[in-house]
Design a binder for this molecule. Sequence first.
Ligand code: URA
Length: 187
Amino acid sequence: MDWKELEEQCRECMACQLGETRTNLVFGTGSRTADIMLVGEGPGEQEDLQGEPFVGRAGQLLDDMLKIIRLDRGENVYIANIVKCRPPGNRDPLSDEQSACVGWLREQFKLVRPKIVVCLGRIAAGVIIKPDFKITREHGQWFEKNGVWFTAIYHPSALLRDPGKRPETFVDLKSIQRKAVELGARI
Ligand code: URA
């Protein structure tokens, strides 16, 4: 499938109940040829209204964090979510919603072919890295699968709620930068 086909099909998706309440489907944004891909959980209110991932308060913080390691959604990173439609009231996406949606993300992976995948928060890490992922213990650790390197950092919303987690996240961001240099990833 190419990007056009994938996006068109995804925009029509009614595979779970979230399709009934979305304003906009939030497909993904950034460079489709990036070496680094970020995966969040699911759209919030602003994302649902604007149709783009991470455009609310957490998104502003994410952009600031990315800047520290010279990543920019306009240039060298692709950003998507586990679920493409907003869970009502910003609840966590249910496991059947995650399973109904993750195929779209798999297709996005196949097209972007990133060298590094950064999961933003527990939900994304649980789907992408391993089901029992413990974000407090395992953030910043590296996992390799088929030549692709995976890690997770705290979700920017968690950092807004608890700024005490920011120093650890700074360390994790620096580790991502080092891994990118090691792998020759464009940064
Ligand atoms: N939180 C997410 O996980 N994804 C978004 O797109 C916005 C907020």
